[in-house]
Design a protein around this ligand. Structure first.
Ligand code: COI
Length: 359
């Protein structure tokens, strides 16, 4: 059913920074803001009125006071989602209900007013509908959506913001890691810092989880690695995740991924790969995976909305480098899972799970 927001989406799009499909170089998409979409969604929450229905406006600044809670105390969560052109000739989003539920759980963890799940999904669809010209042709990339929930109201003493902003911006994107989607990435196990601790907020998609990782990530990049793998804060023994994605370890027909227990981000792609791999006959376990077991594995890959499924070429731990793949050659299981997932996401394959939602 076309909604009120859908109807005004086209009008809002006209007033935004327009670029026709012809003006974007679909062959050179990376993961960035070069092709940021012209229209964004913005809704406001006040204690008197709750959430307003939101509106579509040209992509541009949101104005806040220096005293905004989010700038001082970091009351912020975000989501990552993708809309893609499908083989059915329509534009679809992947499991938006999952992001809506995680957004709601994150709001509770950060003492923010939850966005009703139906409003979240509706806003995502409307943002895509207003930016159809930024959806890459099938197979060339996707329209990445970035929902944000921010404590934008002013405050001085530590407490929750008096008012909030829910916004969604979007950009046409290609592969996340440099080298392209099918080039394996080299990782190093991080030994100085932890990403999250039991009882902390590692399982929340809070903005604050993503800047403390930069110090290690930048150092790793300087040394030729794409990113780092974190170990558990209690024992320094078990894998947690990579800065921007979850991790899977393969031995024969067995696939393991660290269990969700509050320190690991409950990735939508992670969950989907667990379900997909099981449906394809793999023995999948969500259980602790030691770094030693990982160094003996056949294959490793990472998952995330931004990274999709990324083959891990090597992992370096305490000076020892374990090579999983031939140079430049993605692992077999990573390739299989990448194809299986993206075939569903683009409706090249039957969507048996009911994951794909048309805009
Ligand atoms: C995503 O995969 O969509 C994320 O939000 C991770 C981010 C670090 C790019």
């Amino acid at each position: 059913a076309r909604t009120r927001l859908h109807t005004i989406a086209a009008a809002a799009a006209v007033s935004g920074e327009r670029r026709s499909k012809a003006n974007i170089d679909w062959e050179s998409l990376g993961f960035g803001l070069k092709d940021v979409a012209g229209t964004m969604y913005v809704a406001e929450w006040t204690p008197e009125k709750g959430w307003d229905q939101g509106k579509l406006v040209p992509y541009g600044p949101i104005t806040v006071m220096p005293s905004a809670q989010v700038l001082n105390y970091g009351q912020a969560i975000f989501e990552g989602m993708k809309a893609q052109e499908s083989a059915q000739g329509r534009v679809v989003v992947f499991r938006p209900d999952q992001n809506a539920a995680r957004f709601k759980a994150g709001a509770a963890r950060m003492s923010m007013p939850a966005v009703p799940e139906d409003q979240f999904v509706e806003a995502v669809k409307a943002t895509v509908a207003a930016n159809l010209d930024y959806v890459p042709p099938i197979g060339k990339g996707s329209l990445y959506l970035r929902p944000l929930l921010l404590g934008t109201g002013p405050i001085l003493g530590l407490g929750p913001a008096p008012s909030y902003t829910f916004t969604i911006f979007a950009a046409a994107v290609g592969a996340y890691f440099k080298g392209g989607q099918l080039t394996p990435i080299d990782l190093i196990v991080e030994e100085r810092f932890h990403r999250a601790a039991p009882g902390g907020m590692g399982g929340t998609k809070a903005a604050g989880n993503y800047s403390p990782v930069l110090v290690t990530q930048l150092e790793a990049k300087k040394n030729g690695f794409a990113d780092v793998v974190y170990l558990d804060a209690k024992t320094d023994t078990y894998l947690e995740e990579v800065s921007s994605c979850n991790i899977f370890v393969v031995k024969g027909r067995t696939i393991k991924t660290p269990p969700l227990g509050g320190t690991i981000l409950p990735g939508v792609t992670r969950r989907s790969i667990v379900e997909l791999a099981r449906s394809r006959g793999y023995d999948v376990h969500e259980e602790p995976v030691s770094v030693h077991e990982t160094m003996e594995a056949d294959e490793v890959f990472t998952t995330g909305t931004a990274v999709v499924v990324s083959s891990v070429g090597s992992i370096t731990y305490r000076g020892t480098r374990k090579q999983y793949t031939e140079p430049g050659q993605a692992g077999k299981v990573a390739l299989e899972m990448y194809a299986a997932l993206t075939d569903i996401q683009t409706e090249r394959a039957e969507d048996k799970f009911g994951w794909v939602v048309p805009v």
